[in-house]
Design a protein around this ligand. Structure first.
Ligand code: J2J
Length: 519
């Protein structure tokens, strides 16, 4: 069914008006209150892009419970860590999503997290110890009771509203606390600069748990201006194109990796994509060549760059930017109150137009990660600027161009993998003496993870063996190294640290066939 009326939410089960979403969120909020959840409690939310994501998100906001937005791909290691780090009292999941048994994982996590009292699943069911959203959402209590009970719970706008997960350069992902006021402001500024309105129909195919699809510029931004949101659980080209045609989608967010797949499919697709007005590309740099392909394939849609981060600062190109600026730059901050600096290794401003690290401060950029005092000392400057770890330069137009990064992570199709996190796991293998995980170039994903290892005397190891070992640690699959390079020694920097830049060059040249591969 096309989204004909503004102000609606559609998923594969049909369409809901804002009022219906609100009523369902009220019902869920009341059920949570009855089970003893209270303001400032923390809840892990691991839901795909289905209506329950939106209902639970707003239900928690109504009573001041803080969702930690986990990715559906996360597994026991990550979920267990979030539960332990936050003392979460509730965990929301979709039992059989993509064939994975989330209920079994929930039980295992719960066994080690005494505070985790409530396991709450979508749909209906009868697993002991699990509550189901289905019956909660079906129970009508009349508006009087609901409104009165919820009015007393209304959170303060400056309270933490949600926690996002950091792209991660540290051993374990850091949690990013965002307040109601800052998040909504960020989302509204995105909607404003992109000219969104009640005519906007946004297709969330990327996970809503990501800041990009959630708010900047995502679902919350669309809802803030009375537009409509279509939810998709698949990033399959056929499914997304079908959704564009069915709902009359005007805005499609994508990573460059997804866009490449979509453009390849666009040649043979039969769906009508004529409604698309903006394709918003972020998470990784979209190269000018990809921008050109997008323009040629969808001439009616404006390609936009989104260079954002869950920590705050959102940069966007504007629909009115000159073609050269729109093609070559990653945009500029959305708020006039955003402050940015581009600095060298000593923290001094680089000369205009030169490359340096981007620092950001402003009304919606965090001043610290959750419970990470020590990490915060290095991740922020003394005067409160967030060190993004991104290397940028200012374009003559004033927009920013992303030239690289300082931080030690792998950006796999927009999904961030902390090198340190994976190195620690690889090092736990009893045949491994030293490990360094680096990015290797990939034509679609942009980057994939390559593990360089030094083995113990006489030992051998294959990629399959390593990954079986890592999977047994129950981590998200997207973090697995996709290539293993066994070496005798690591190049070192002058400081005696592993020279990752040199390792990146080694693997890049091997992939280009300059040197024979040993994997
Ligand atoms: C280059 N690098 C980019 C881009 C993010 C909008 C869009 C993306 C994110 C996101 C987001 C990039 N070109 N266009 O939160 O609101 C890299 C940078 C950045 C890191 C943040 C949003 N867009 N990046 O990707 O928190 O390295 O947010 O610091 O997942 O992704 O990652 P994340």
């Amino acid at each position: 069914m096309p989204i004909r009326s503004a102000r609606s939410l559609a998923d594969r089960d049909g369409q809901l008006t804002y009022a219906e979403v609100d009523r369902l969120a009220e019902r869920a909020a009341l059920a949570l209150l009855e089970r003893g959840l209270r303001a400032h409690d923390i809840a892990l939310v691991q839901l795909p892009n289905v209506r329950e994501f939106v209902i639970v998100f707003f239900a928690l906001h109504k009573i001041g419970v803080v969702p930690v937005l986990c990715l559906p791909a996360h597994r026991r290691a990550e979920i267990g860590h979030f539960a332990a780090a936050t003392g979460a009292v509730a965990y929301f999941f979709a039992p059989g999503f993509r064939g994975f048994d989330y209920a079994a994982m929930a039980r295992e996590v719960q066994a080690e997290a005494p505070a985790l009292r409530h396991l709450i699943a979508t749909g209906e069911g009868a697993e002991p110890g699990v509550d189901y959203l289905g019956p909660w959402l079906a129970r009508d209590r009349g508006p009087g009771e609901a409104r009165a009970a919820l009015a007393r719970q209304r959170p303060d706008p400056f309270d933490v509203a949600l926690m996002l997960l950091s792209g991660g350069t540290t051993g374990v992902p850091k949690l990013i606390p965002r307040t109601h006021a800052d998040y909504l402001y960020n989302a509204r500024e995105c909607a404003r600069v992109l000219g969104w309105s009640s005519d906007t129909v946004f297709l969330a195919g990327l996970p809503l748990a990501h800041n990009f699809a959630l708010g900047a510029p995502g679902m919350v931004a669309v809802l803030a201006v009375g537009g409509s949101v279509a939810l998709g659980t698949s990033t399959d080209a056929e499914a997304l194109f079908e959704a564009v045609a069915r709902h009359g989608v005007t805005v499609l967010p994508a990573t460059p990796a997804l866009l490449i797949t979509l453009l390849d499919a666009a040649r043979r697709v039969r769906h009508d994509l004529g409604s698309l007005r903006q394709v918003c590309v972020g998470g990784q740099r979209m190269l000018p060549e990809l921008y050109d392909r997008l323009r040629a394939a969808l001439p009616q849609a404006v390609p936009l760059h989104a260079f954002g981060m869950a920590e705050g600062l959102t940069n966007l190109t504007r629909p009115g930017d000159a073609p050269r600026v729109a093609r070559e730059t990653q945009g500029r901050p959305v708020s006039p109150a955003d402050e940015i600096r581009i600095v060298d290794d000593d923290g001094a401003a680089v000369p205009e137009g030169e490359v340096g690290e981007l620092l950001a401060r402003g009304p919606y950029t965090i001043r610290g990660y959750y419970r990470a005092a020590e990490h915060n000392r290095s991740a922020f400057t003394a005067d409160g600027f967030y060190r993004t770890g991104d290397l940028v330069r200012r374009h003559a137009s004033g927009n920013l161009v992303v030239e690289g990064r300082k931080k030690d992570l792998i950006n796999r199709g927009g999904e961030k993998i902390s090198a340190e996190e994976i190195e620690n796991l690889v090092l736990a293998h009893d045949r491994v003496r030293m490990a360094a995980v680096v990015a290797m170039p990939d034509p679609v994903m942009g980057e994939r993870a390559c593990a360089f290892v030094i083995l113990k005397e006489g030992a051998s190891l294959t990629l399959g063996e390593l990954n079986a070992f890592l999977l047994a640690r129950e981590i998200a699959k997207f973090k697995l190294p996709e290539r293993l390079e066994v070496v005798e020694s690591f190049p070192l920097t002058a400081m005696g640290k592993v020279a990752k830049k040199a390792l990146r060059e080694v693997i890049a040249s091997r992939l280009h066939g300059a040197e024979p591969s040993r994997a």
